[in-house]
Design a protein around this ligand. Sequence first.
Ligand SMILES: C[S@@+](CC[C@H](N)C(=O)[O-])C[C@H]1O[C@@H](n2cnc3c(N)ncnc32)[C@H](O)[C@@H]1O
Length: 390
Amino acid sequence: MGAELNALREQLLVHVREQGGATDALVADALRTVPRHIFLPDLPPDAAYRDEAIVTKRDADGQPTSSSSQPTIMAIMLDQLGAARGHRVLEIGAGTGFNAALINHIVGPKGKVVSIDLDPEIVERAEDNLSAAGCEGIKVLNTDGALGCPDKAPYDRIIATVGVWDLAPAWHEQLKPAGRLVVPLDLRGVQRSVAFERAGDHWTSISASPCGFMRMRGTFAGPERNYVLDRQTHLTAALPEARELDTAAVLETLDAPEVEIRTGVTPERFELFDGFGLWLAVREPRWFGLSEVEPGTRLANAPLRAPGTVATAGILDDFGLATLSAEDGELVVTGTERIADELAAHVVAWDEAGRPGSAGLRIDAYPAGTPADGEIVIDKKCVRLVLGWS
Ligand SMILES: C[S@@+](CC[C@H](N)C(=O)[O-])C[C@H]1O[C@@H](n2cnc3c(N)ncnc32)[C@H](O)[C@@H]1O
């Protein structure tokens, strides 16, 4: 079994590298060595070596509250983090403890890893998993990650493996001046894993990559909301902030749209997810997302598919809605007439702008109240984000 599991780990690493992760030799060595199956004790060992996120805890409504993230995304974020031997690293979101174990392998015996989780049961499980995997010296702490862990500061690196809406001041205070922060950052309802370094009075991004993490709970929870529209089909609407939703009216328009507009734009799936998803979220205050369990009923022609889920996006206001579908790869807009025109105009404008996405995206995060300006400005409680593309 040992040789088989080694082979599965090696196969997973090959796959992760094909997807653009584990470019850093230390990250590759950690993925090759740390046994993910020990951190997922309820799974048959071989299932732990698929490139999939595994939910490990759900709340009373069935919504995931903890998971082991998808290995490719973990590897890309660890590449962004650039941790080295001897580094002190703080992780927000201990989950199963697997990522903490990978970081521990990277920093080696002279380094230090502290990992925080808000859920005491998850902390206990992470500690058990780490001890079963023979990982020593990792401190797992049950507190709100927004507070960090001042006792073990300062850190060379801080990473969040849970979606963050804002940048907590504690992370700024506990990171060394030349340190790096990597967070799945909310950009009006979509996330990008952003690596930040300090630039004088503010943070500036050095890389950004698409991701989709469960959201941080506790004192730094964001305002985004999910509404279940149809329990039978698991049709769910995601809004970047709390708004009233007339679910009956939404279903009515989805079932009987007024118009259908062909856009003539035929993007690749990744361009659509990374590029248009970001474009709409940061430029259209009325944007919303819709998802349904695969293969979808109302969203059967949705342009985005991931294992188990189909998804689309659109615009929703008090007068109606419009959403995107795909026909032979071409984006088609359906819904309420005027709103459908506006959504189609966004698609064409994004296409004409060269389909920008995360590549070339730069984010500066200034202390809230700083009169900084740029192409797109997003205000949080603690920081003002200024986005631009090179
Ligand atoms: C995707 S999981 C982390 C995966 C983990 N790094 C692993 O390797 O398994 C996200 C975790 O963040 C935790 N979390 C949510 N809000 C938090 C907060 N405010 N502070 C610390 N942890 C939080 C959840 O309980 C959950 O376990």
